[in-house]
Ligand binder design. Structure first.
Ligand code: E4P
Length: 247
């Protein structure tokens, strides 16, 4: 682009960032359509993850929920999980779920049947988010099977007094070392520091509860700073919209 020209030379489908910018994607982890709507309004949402527990808790139909989320985040992906545990069942459910909308990624659990089904689905062009990954060895299997996303859980590991983030570091390193196309998705996030650590480690995606996404905005010095700016402005009697002179 020559000097003097304006506009974005590489608009992304979302229009949020140029396609050349590789920033960590932010997903919301929820079964609630309203939470997706609110996060999408902020203009920084790259996708949604759900799981059977979250969908069950939300208390609505699976397909209607996923379709509404899909429409709210057309530029991003919605991860929706199978519940079958055998290869034929996983394949049948995955093909059905993937047929609902083009931006759906099917979540498949890290089991021998899940890995075998993922290999087949990736050959069919159906994107898979391999879930319940807790070790670099499991992540290697997911990457070799052609998973689009590898969901590595951190909070559930921290909960049992171990270091979830250490696995993220190892998996990011493994994916980069072998140049896999799979993206490392940091899942089971409990608080903003998990997100900050994910950034430091160069993870591709962080999925988090809506509450944690809200917490990312917060800093006490922002609140104090804004209050002071507005106080000073109003005390000085200033205005942005000055009356238009008549005549
Ligand atoms: C991943 O996609 C899962 O839905 C999720 O992150 C699990 O988180 P939890 O450990 O808080 O249930």
């Amino acid at each position: 682009m020559g000097s003097g020209e304006t506009g974005n030379p590489h608009p992304s489908p979302s229009g949020i960032l140029p396609s050349t910018v590789r920033a960590m994607k932010l997903f919301v982890d929820t079964g609630q359509v309203e939470e997706v709507r609110k996060a999408a309004e902020w203009g920084i949402l790259d996708g949604v993850t759900t799981n059977p527990s979250l969908i069950a808790k939300a208390g609505r139909g699976f397909k209607e929920t996923v379709l509404e989320m899909s429409a709210l985040v057309p530029h991003g992906t919605i991860s929706a999980e199978v519940v079958g545990t055998t290869v034929p069942d996983i394949l049948r459910e995955a093909r059905e779920i993937a047929s609902w909308a083009p931006n759906i990624v099917v979540k498949v659990p890290m089991t021998p049947a899940g890995v075998q089904a993922t290999r087949q689905l990736s050959q069919e062009g159906i994107r898979v988010n391999m879930t319940l990954v807790f070790s670099p060895a499991q992540a290697l299997l997911a990457a070799k099977a052609g998973a689009t996303y590898i969901s590595v859980f951190v909070g559930r590991v921290d909960d049992i007094s171990s270091e979830g983030m250490r696995t993220i570091a190892e998996v990011v390193d493994m994916v980069n070392t072998y140049d896999f196309d799979s993206e490392v998705l940091v899942a089971s996030i409990r608080h903003p520091m998990h997100v900050v650590e994910a950034i430091r480690l160069g993870a591709h995606i962080a999925t988090m509860p809506f509450k944690v996404m809200e917490q990312l905005f917060q800093h006490p010095l922002t609140d104090i700073g804004l209050e002071r700016f507005l106080d000073d402005w109003h005390k000085a009697g200033l205005t942005i919209f000055e009356p238009t002179p008549v005549g």
